[in-house]
Structure formats: C-alpha cells, structure tokens
Write a new protein. Structure first.
Length: 307
C-alpha cells in the first residue's frame, strides 16, 4: 500500500515538522496518485464486464457448435461405414460395369461422390477445430475473469486503506475531511437546450455531494462517475473511466467548447463537465465534494464532445 500518512507534530532535532504549505502539497500529490489508482480500478471493472460478456457469448456458441460437430461426425461416420462395406468393389464396380458408351457418365458420377465426401470430411475437420477453439477460448476467458476479480478485490482494499490516510491528512490541515465542499448549489443554472442541458442541469444538482471512489451516484461520485451519470441522465452512455471517456468522445478545441462537453486533465486521469462561462463541475478527489469551479484548475490536455 502506498504510504500516504504523514507526521504533523513532534519533529525531531534533525527534521522540523512540515509546514502547512508542505502538507497541502503532500495532500495534492497523494490525491493525484489515489485518483490514478481509482481510475485504474474503474478500467478494471470495465475489463471484467467485457470479459464476462465474452464468456457469455462463447458459452452460448458452444451448443450450436456441438450440434454442428455431431452432424459432421455422423456424416463422416456414414462415409467410413459405407467405404468399409464396399471395400474395393464399390467404386470399381461403378467404373467397370456396363458398356463403354456409359463410361464417361459413370466416371463423372464417381467424381461427384468423391467430391461430396471430401466436402463432408473438410466440414468435419473445420467444425472439430472450431468447437475445440471455442472451448479453449471459454476456458481462457473464465481464467482471465478469475484473475481480474482477484485483482479488483486487492485494488479496492488498497484504495480503501489509502483513503483513510488521505482523510486524516486533510483533516489535519483543514479541520474537516470534506475540505473544498461548498454544500448544495443555490446559484442560477444556465438554460441550455437539448441533451447537453439535461446533463449540465444534473451536474449542477450534484454539487456538494461527497467524493466516492468507483461511485456513479446517486449519493457520491468519482470524477468519471459524475460525468457518466450526467450524460446517462441525458440518455447517452459513457464508460465509467476518464481515459475511456476520452476515447468515446469526439475531439474538439477549447475555442469550440460548449456546455456539456468534457474537459480532460492529467493525461486523461481526471475529467470534468464544462458548464459554460469558463467553469466546470467535477468530483475533485477523495475527501472533497463535487465542486463548481474554474476550468483552469490545471492545464487541460483535451476536450471531448459526447457523440
């Protein structure tokens, strides 16, 4: 576990107690590291969701694959039985019986039988391989899902421990574990048309709610949880991960920003929703509430429009 806890009193002769400015810097650094881990946690949850969906599809495909394999096996079995019963005389009889006037017709018939049998044999080979591949893929997928689930539990435990350290740090400096919170928003909400207006209004109504890692409401949020919940209210689906939201949105420039667009920071480790007038709403970090604040909290690295 990353050690976020710090000593705030009882400095030794060799080391003076950290100043409030130093403590704030430590909190900022710890918050960013924790948010990075939280977004990794969110991505892992998306990965597990996809792995489970892949497993369901593979499992569903096994029944028709088994049916196809049974049918192909039956055909090949019939070919083998017939060949054994006819021995050398079957095909040869077709070729040499009768007069020479019908020889070409009989040869064509024999070629057709051979070609038909080869198609069945090829189909059997392909179907057998397909069924085996699907079973192997399903086993691999289930193993992957098990590994991901264990990793998710370990990551969650780590974050919960780090959160306790970060809350203690904030309370030491600010006297409250929710420094930065401003309570419920009581100011004007811009009147914006369309789905963007629905998303922005939703975001304004979440101001003052606490940060919660991995949360997408209704009582607490992390950064990507807030933006995904806002746009879900407007009928648009966004993945619960900042980097994935960057990939899921259309690139725009800062000059093209409109309310409802997303603003990305720290190499897509943090995301906020733009609400106009150079302001954003975001879930800042653990121990802080959802805020309405300037877009210039740090330098954005990109902007996205929900498709």
């Amino acid at each position: 576990m990353t050690a976020f806890a710090i000593t705030v009193s009882g400095g030794t002769a060799a080391h003076a107690a950290p100043t409030e400015k130093e403590l704030k810097k430590k909190i900022e650094t710890a918050s960013e590291k924790l948010e990075d881990v939280t977004e990794q946690y969110n991505k892992l949850r998306l990965d597990i969701k996809k792995t489970k969906a892949d497993g369901v599809k593979l499992e569903a495909s096994l029944k028709p694959a088994q049916d196809a394999l049974d049918a192909a096996t039956a055909k090949v079995g019939t070919i083998a039985t017939t060949t054994y019963m006819q021995g050398r005389t079957g095909p040869m009889t077709v070729m040499v019986s009768g007069d020479s006037e019908n020889l070409m017709e009989r040869l064509a018939f024999l070629e057709q039988i051979t070609r038909s049998n080869q198609q069945d044999i090829d189909a059997f080979t392909e179907t057998t391989q397909s069924f085996a591949d699907r079973k192997t893929a399903l086993a691999t997928t289930l193993k992957k899902q098990n590994v991901q689930s264990k990793e998710l539990v370990a990551t969650k435990k780590k974050i919960e421990g780090d959160l306790e350290d970060l809350y203690d740090m904030r309370e030491t400096v600010y006297g409250s574990p929710t420094e930065g919170g401003s309570g419920s928003y009581t100011g004007p909400i811009p009147n914006i048309a369309g789905s963007a207006g629905v998303a922005v209004t939703f975001a304004f109504n979440q101001i003052g709610k606490p940060y919660g890692f991995g949360d997408a409401g209704p009582n607490s949020y992390d950064c990507s949880g807030l933006t995904s919940a806002a746009w879900a209210k407007a009928g648009k689906s966004l993945p619960h991960n900042a980097a994935a939201q960057y990939s899921a949105t259309a690139r725009i420039s800062k000059s093209d920003l409109q309310p409802g667009d997303l603003v990305f920071y720290r190499n897509n480790a943090h995301v906020a929703i733009y609400v106009g007038s150079n302001m954003i709403i975001d879930a800042p970090s653990a121990g802080r509430d959802v805020l309405h604040r300037t877009i210039n909290i740090m330098t954005p690295n990109g902007y996205g429009r929900v498709k």
